[in-house]
Design a binder for this molecule. Structure first.
Ligand code: ADP
Ligand code: MG
Length: 709
C-alpha cells in the first residue's frame, strides 16, 4: 500500500527558518523558546513541538484562591502565597541542617522548612521581600505553622495569567528551566501549533466513550478551565495513550496469529509416557495443565507465543522439557536460552539426565567455551545433530546457524525484553516461542506489556514442599543467626549468605562479598568450609564453585545476587540476606526461592535495620507471605511499574500520562476497542484510520512493536 504523505512539505526561504509549521518543527521555533531553553529542554526529551505539547503536568495547583496561613490545618497539603520576611539556617544538635524561610501573607506567618540544603539560604535571601508561591504540608510547630516538603516558585510578574488565578500546571523540570518559562512556552505552542495536531483516535471510539476532542483536551490538560475539564482532558489523553499501545500489541498479535506463520507440530502418542518415565517425579496438576496448553499451541498452525509464569521452584523446567520433546519428536531443533551462563549451565545439568533418557542430543553453548569446542557445537547445530541447544541469549545474537529451529524457550523473560522475537525473525527463523518467568506478573502488566502473549500459570508447588520460614532479625542479632545456621550445617544442610547490595559498581560489590567471606571465615565459621561467588570471577571459577557447592563440598556459600535466579541446590536450606533492607521486594523473593527446594525445612533470614517505612513494609511483607503474586503486586505498589520492569528492558513504550494501576478500567476499555478495531480493519486501511495509522507509525518507529503495512 502506498504510504500516506505524513510530513508536510517545507518551503525553505533562503537562509530563513522554515515557514511551514508542523508538530515536527523544532521546539526552538515556538515563541519564548530560544536557543538556550531549547538546549535545556532536550534534557527532558523535548526536541520538537509535539514533545512540548505532550510534556504533561505532573500535578496541578488550584491557585484560584490561596489558603490563608492563619487557617491552615495540621497535616493539610496547601498552596500559600506571601512575601519572604525572614531566612535563616537553624542550628540543631544532630547533623541535620535546617533552613527556615518565613512567609507572610497578611493573615499570618508560616515557616517553610528545608532539611540539609543550607545553600538555599543565599537563594532565598536574594528574594527577601518578594512574593512567592509555596506548596507543602502544614505542620503545627512550637512557634506557629510550618510547611514541609515544600515546592515553591517566585512570582516574577505580578498577576501572570498562566501562574495565577487558575488551576496551574506543575511540570517535571530540569536544571535551567523554571515553571514560569515552561508554562509560557507550552502556552505558546498550544496557541500556534496545537490546532495542527491530528486526532488519531477513531471518531467512533471517541464518540462512544464521550471523549473530548484532541484540541480542547490538550488545552485543558495543560491549562484546565475547571476541575471537571481537567478530569475529562486527562481521561481522553490516558485513553488515547493506552489505546495506541493496545492497537500496537493487537497488530503484533495479528501478525503472529497468521495461520501458516507457525509450525503445526504433531503430538506423538507415545511422547507423554516417555516424558513421565524420564522424570524422577510425578508432574503436578498445574504442570500437566500447562503442558496441555502448550501442546494445543504447538499443534496449531499459528505461532506459539506463550508466557509461562511459575513461582520459583514450581517446576517450569519439566514443562519446558515437554515442549522440547515434542519439537524433537517432530524432527525440529529446540533452543533454551537463559540470561546468564550460570543459569544456562544449571539448565544443562538439570536437563541432562532426562535428556539422556529420552535420547535427546543436547549441547551447551556459552561464551567461555574454547574456540574449538564452540566450533564443534556450531557444526553439530548446523548439521542438525544437536537437537537441543542450551545457552545464553548469545545463541540468537551470534552466528549460530540452526538447521531447523522449531522451538525457542526463553527463561527469565524480563532480562531479555520482548523484542527478541524480532531478532529471531530477522535471522529468518520463526519458531514457536515459550517464555518462562519466575517473576509473577500482575494482570495489569500482562495486559500492557505482554498483551500479545498467551499466558499459562503454574499455580501449585510440587507436593511435600514445606513453606520457607522467613524471619526478620536486626543486625544486633546477627551472631545468633550465624549460630542457628551452624546448627543446621551440623545436621548436614548448607547455607547461602548474600552480601549487602551495592548498586554503584560490580567491583565494589565483589569486594564487599570478598570481605564478608573473609570475615566469616576468620571470625565466625573458622571450622567450616566456605565458598565465595561473585560477578567478577571468571566463568570457570564460578562453575567450579557452584559444582563444589552442589556436591556438598562447601557448607557456606557467600554470594552476591548472582545466585538470584534459578540456581537449584536442594540441600541448601538456609538463606541469610545481609542488609536485606537494601534489596527490592521482588529481588528478595527471588533470593529466598533458592532455598525450600528439597524435603527439609528451609529458612530465610533477613538481617537488617530498616530505616524507612517503605523498607519496613517490604521486609514485613516477605515474612508474612510466600505468595509470589501478592509480593509482585506489593512491589509494584511500592515501586511503580517503570522500575519493576525497567521500561526500556521490557520493551514497553514509556507511558506519559497513563498509570496502569490507577487506570485499569480505562485500560480495559481501550484494549477492547483496540482489538475490535483490528478485528474489523486488520491493516487499518480504512481512510478514517489514516491519522491513527500515521500516529502509530511514528510511535512504533524503532520500537518494532508491530508493522503497519
Ligand atoms: P523453577 O520453576 O523455579 O524453574 P525448577 O524447574 O527448577 O523450578 O524445579 C524446582 C525443583 O523442583 C527441581 O529440583 C525439580 O526437580 C523439582 N520438581 C519439579 N517438578 C516437580 C514435581 N512435580 N514434583 C516434585 N519435584 C519437582
Ligand atoms: Mg528455573
Amino acid at each position: 500500500m502506498a504510504q500516506r504523505q505524513t510530513a508536510p512539505v517545507r518551503f525553505e526561504a533562503s537562509g530563513a527558518k522554515s515557514t511551514y509549521k508542523s508538530l515536527d518543527s523544532p521546539a526552538q521555533y515556538v515563541k519564548g523558546v530560544g536557543e538556550r531553553l531549547a538546549n535545556v529542554l532536550t534534557k527532558l526529551d523535548i526536541y520538537n513541538v509535539r514533545d512540548l505539547l505532550f510534556h504533561f503536568p505532573r500535578r496541578y495547583e488550584d491557585r484560584t484562591q490561596f489558603r490563608r496561613i492563619a487557617q491552615l490545618r495540621e497535616g493539610e497539603w496547601a498552596t500559600i502565597s506571601g512575601k519572604i520576611v525572614a531566612v535563616d539556617n537553624v542550628p540543631t544538635r544532630s547533623r541535620v541542617k535546617i533552613t527556615k524561610v518565613a512567609i507572610d501573607d497578611g493573615s499570618g506567618v508560616a515557616n517553610l522548612v528545608y532539611f540539609n540544603q543550607p545553600y538555599l539560604r543565599e537563594r532565598f535571601r536574594k528574594l527577601y521581600g518578594k512574593q512567592i508561591v509555596a506548596y507543602g504540608q502544614a505542620q503545627g510547630a512550637r512557634w506557629g505553622i510550618e510547611l514541609t516538603s515544600v515546592e515553591w516558585e517566585e512570582l516574577r510578574e505580578e498577576g501572570d495569567p498562566l501562574s495565577f488565578g487558575r488551576i496551574v500546571p506543575i511540570y517535571p523540570l530540569t536544571e535551567g528551566v523554571g515553571q514560569g518559562s515552561l508554562r509560557k512556552a507550552i502556552n505558546n505552542a498550544l496557541e500556534t501549533y496545537a490546532p495542527l495536531a491530528q486526532d488519531a483516535l477513531p471518531k467512533e471510539v471517541a464518540r462512544k466513550h464521550r471523549l473530548m476532542d484532541l484540541l480542547p483536551a490538550l488545552r485543558n490538560v495543560h491549562f484546565p478551565e475547571s476541575e471537571e475539564a481537567k478530569r475529562e482532558a486527562e481521561r481522553r489523553m490516558i485513553f488515547e495513550e493506552l489505546f495506541m499501545l493496545q492497537v500496537a500489541l493487537g497488530l503484533r498479535k495479528r501478525d503472529q496469529d497468521q495461520p501458516g506463520c507457525g509450525i503445526r507440530f504433531a503430538v506423538p502418542p507415545e511422547y507423554r509416557e516417555e516424558l513421565r518415565a524420564a522424570l524422577p517425579f510425578t508432574l503436578t496438576k498445574a504442570q500437566e495443565r500447562v503442558i496441555r496448553e502448550i501442546e494445543a499451541d504447538m499443534s496449531s498452525p499459528s505461532c506459539m507465543n506463550r508466557l509461562l509464569q511459575g513461582d520459583v521452584g514450581s517446576g517450569k523446567t519439566a514443562v519446558a522439557l515437554a515442549a522440547i520433546l515434542m519439537a524433537v519428536k517432530n524432527g525440529y531443533q529446540a533452543a533454551l536460552m537463559a540470561p546468564t551462563e550460570i543459569l544456562a549451565e544449571q539448565h544443562y545439568l538439570t536437563l541432562e539426565d532426562a535428556a539422556n533418557k529420552l535420547g535427546i542430543k543436547h549441547d551447551l553453548l556459552i561464551g567461555s567455551l574454547r574456540a574449538k569446542a564452540k566450533r564443534e557445537v556450531y557444526e553439530r547445530v548446523a548439521s542438525g545433530e544437536t537437537q537441543l541447544l542450551i545457552g545464553t541469549h548469545a545463541l540468537i545474537q551470534e552466528g549460530v546457524d540452526f538447521r531447523n529451529l522449531g522451538l525457542a524457550i526463553i527463561d527469565e523473560q524480563h532480562r531479555f525484553g520482548v523484542l527478541q522475537r524480532a531478532a529471531l525473525i530477522q535471522k529468518g527463523l520463526n519458531p514457536d516461542i515459550l517464555v518462562m518467568t519466575a517473576t509473577p506478573i500482575p494482570r495489569t502488566l500482562t495486559l500492557t506489556v505482554y498483551g500479545d502473549l498467551e499466558i499459562s500459570v503454574i499455580d501449585e508447588l510440587p507436593e511435600g514442599r514445606k513453606p520457607i520460614k522467613t524471619h526478620w532479625k536486626s543486625s544486633t542479632e546477627r551472631l545468633r543467626v550465624y549460630e542457628a545456621a551452624r546448627k543446621l550445617i551440623q545436621e548436614g544442610r548448607q547455607v547461602y549468605v548474600v552480601c549487602p547490595l551495592i548498586e554503584e559498581s560490580e567491583k565494589l560489590q565483589a569486594r564487599a562479598a570478598t570481605e564478608l567471606a573473609e570475615h566469616l571465615r576468620n571470625e565466625v565459621f573458622p571450622d567450616l568450609r566456605l565458598g565465595l561467588l561473585h560477578g567478577q570471577m571468571k566463568t570457570q571459577e564460578k562453575d567450579d564453585m557452584m559444582a563444589r557447592f552442589r556436591a556438598g563440598e562447601i557448607d557456606v556459600l557467600v554470594s552476591t545476587t548472582v545466585i538470584e535466579v534459578g540456581v537449584d541446590v536442594p540441600n541448601a536450606t538456609v538463606m541469610i540476606i545481609e542488609d536485606a533492607d537494601r534489596f527490592g521486594l521482588a529481588q528478595l523473593h527471588q533470593l529466598r526461592g533458592r532455598v525450600g527446594r528439597g524435603g527439609h525445612q528451609s529458612y530465610c533470614i533477613l538481617v537488617g535495620d530498616a530505616a524507612t517505612d517503605e523498607a519496613r513494609q517490604r521486609l514485613r511483607t516477605l515474612t508474612e507471605t510466600g505468595d509470589g503474586f501478592i509480593i509482585a503486586e506489593e512491589d509494584l505498589k511500592l515501586r511503580g511499574p517503570g522500575e519493576f520492569y525497567g521500561t526500556r528492558q521490557s520493551g514497553m513504550p514509556e507511558l506519559k500520562i497513563a498509570n496502569i494501576f490507577r487506570d485499569v478500567p480505562i485500560l480495559e476499555l481501550a484494549r477492547k476497542e483496540a482489538f475490535e478495531l483490528i478485528e474489523k480493519d486488520p491493516s487499518l486501511a480504512g481512510p478514517e484510520h489514516g491519522p491513527l495509522r500515521e500516529e502509530l507509525q511514528r510511535k512504533l518507529r524503532g520500537l518494532q512493536l508491530a508493522t503497519v503495512s
